[in-house]
Design a protein around this ligand. Structure first.
Ligand code: UN1
Length: 502
């Protein structure tokens, strides 16, 4: 066992459920966490059983009753301290992400930073959580709205951002007065255990020994299913595939629960003939091959003006040819492995399908060895079915266009609507892209990549992406219940809408 893992509290065999510092459980199936770079086991995790799940959610329900009474700025202080703990452990946590998920160390540390940024943001938020005051139509009446904690909430996260997406949801929900119950992906349970340990320590130092922040490692079919049907969890925030989101959405809706869905993307960049290619290239390459194409914000399509198509392709091939692919712990590496053999098979299948559907392979697309692949560039005639599908791998489809209307149509004519971007120095093109008839996505960027969103904005997208918003701006509102209050402080009973009932 590597030393940095020990320092993060990872053992050879780890229980996968926790509802406090000395409250760890896990006597269900054992999963082995595998290093995607060499296929070697890192450590084992014992998933929670149904009984253990029940016990943990019971603890969360009990803790909520007390946690919601703690003033929000006090909750914010605890979240601030969780952020300090993550700062202290940033190097180790970043390495753990790289070890377990395979993204390069620079990105692993960047992801821990994203969680740290969320703790700062959530701490500030804890002194806000504002409601509005409205003008009442009745004399001597006051009307306003206030925001109350919602309850224990379920958070389901995917393998590709094993800490940041927890941060978006859990840290905001904690300041909102909720008690999060987190089900991480079973591909990256160790990342979740290390985070849970940090939270347990801070909460315990403040006398919160049980249930405020809970972990339930388990499969989607078992624990995920229990969560979506569990009426004690009024909100389920889920990140993952569109197929997963459809199931979660139906199951939560059936019990009239609330869900925040952050599902697949199919993000495109429109590259106009008026783009600055020197600004474009680093953004495009990072956006397409960063995290080995396994971000929901990855650039999957580049819709390029015919006039500059050849020059763009030649610059892309040149850049792709010099990429260092290999050990993600190595400083020189820019792209690590895909997460597992299934991801490699999915990529190979998609490349094959793309060629059958009219694509021309311009670069890469082969498996190198193990889970390592060459990123692919494929020219496509338009939005054929494979282009409309999110393949979680570094495949970049290049689609040419002649006029801007066509570019916008190609851009929006896919089922997903997460992130988008335009590279152009033409004000009219840029403004059209941002106008009502422009990008239909939740995120629209100008002269930057579709990936790498800052936490200050609300993150999420439309259509098959699920419509949820997390992280910054006023995304916190989904984690609270809004109450509209009207107070009659006068001496007369008065009805609204002018109704006379005397
Ligand atoms: C994801 O892939 O689920 O915008 C999240 C980005 C990151 C988050 C991606 N800040 O690329």
């Amino acid at each position: 066992m590597k030393r940095f893992l020990k320092e993060l509290g990872i053992e050879d065999i780890n229980p996968g459920g926790s509802y406090g510092i000395d409250r760890w459980v896990g006597s269900g199936d054992t999963v082995t966490s595998i290093n995607p770079s060499d296929g070697e086991p890192i450590a084992k995790v014992q998933l929670v059983t149904t009984e253990e799940y029940e016990k943990i959610v019971d603890a969360s329900v009990r803790a909520f009753k007390a946690w919601r009474l703690e003033p929000a700025p006090k909750r914010g202080e605890i979240v601030r301290e969780i952020g300090l703990k993550l700062r202290e452990r940033k190097e180790g946590l970043g390495r753990l992400i790289t070890l377990e998920m395979g993204k390069i160390l620079e990105e692993g540390k960047g992801e821990v930073q994203e969680a740290i940024d969320m703790s700062d943001f959530a701490c500030g938020l804890s002194r806000q959580l504002y409601g509005l005051t409205m003008a009442s139509e009745r004399p001597n009446h006051r009307m306003y709205e206030q925001w109350h904690p919602l309850g224990p909430i379920g958070i389901i996260t995917s393998f590709n951002f094993p800490m940041a997406v927890w941060g978006w949801n859990a840290l905001v929900s904690l300041v909102c007065g909720d008690t999060p119950v987190w089900k991480p992906s079973t591909k990256v349970p160790l990342c979740a255990i290390a985070i849970q340990k940090a939270c347990n320590e801070v909460l315990c130092e403040h006398g919160w020994e049980e249930g405020v922040s809970c972990l339930v490692c388990g499969t989607g079919r078992e624990v995920g299913d229990l969560m979506t049907k569990d009426a004690r969890l009024p909100l389920i925030s889920a990140t993952g595939s569109v197929a997963m989101g459809r199931k979660v959405s139906v199951s939560v809706a059936e019990r009239l629960g609330r869900s925040i869905l952050e599902l697949g993307g199919n993000n495109a960049l429109i590259v106009s003939e008026k783009a600055d290619l020197d600004v474009l290239m680093p953004a495009l390459v990072f956006g397409a091959i960063g995290t080995a194409g396994q971000r929901c914000t990855t650039i999957r399509r580049v819709i390029v003006h015919e006039e500059i198509k050849e020059i763009l392709i030649s610059r892309l091939i040149k850049a792709y040819s010099s990429l260092r692919i290999g050990d993600p712990m190595d400083k020189e590496t820019v792209m690590g492995p895909l997460v597992d053999p299934q991801a490699v098979a999915n990529m190979q299948g998609a490349v094959q399908t793309a060629l059958e559907q009219g694509g021309t392979l311009l670069h890469g697309g082969r498996r190198i060895s193990g889970n390592f692949v060459e990123p692919a560039i494929i020219e496509m005639p338009g939005n054929v079915p494979i282009v409309c599908t999110e393949t979680f791998a570094p495949i970049l489809y290049v689609i040419p266009y002649d006029d801007f209307d066509e570019a916008l149509a190609l851009h929006n004519d896919v089922p997903q609507g997460l992130s988008s971007g335009i590279f152009s120095k033409d004000l009219e093109e840029v403004e059209r892209f941002l106008s009502v008839e422009g990008s239909d996505c939740g995120i629209a960027n100008v002269n930057i990549s579709t990936s790498g969103a800052e936490i200050g904005g609300a993150f999420g997208g439309e259509k098959d992406t699920g419509g949820g918003r997390e992280a910054g701006s006023d995304a916190w509102k989904a984690y609270m219940r809004r109450q509209t209050v009207t107070i009659n402080w006068g001496r007369k009973a008065q009805l609204s809408q002018g109704i006379d009932f005397s």
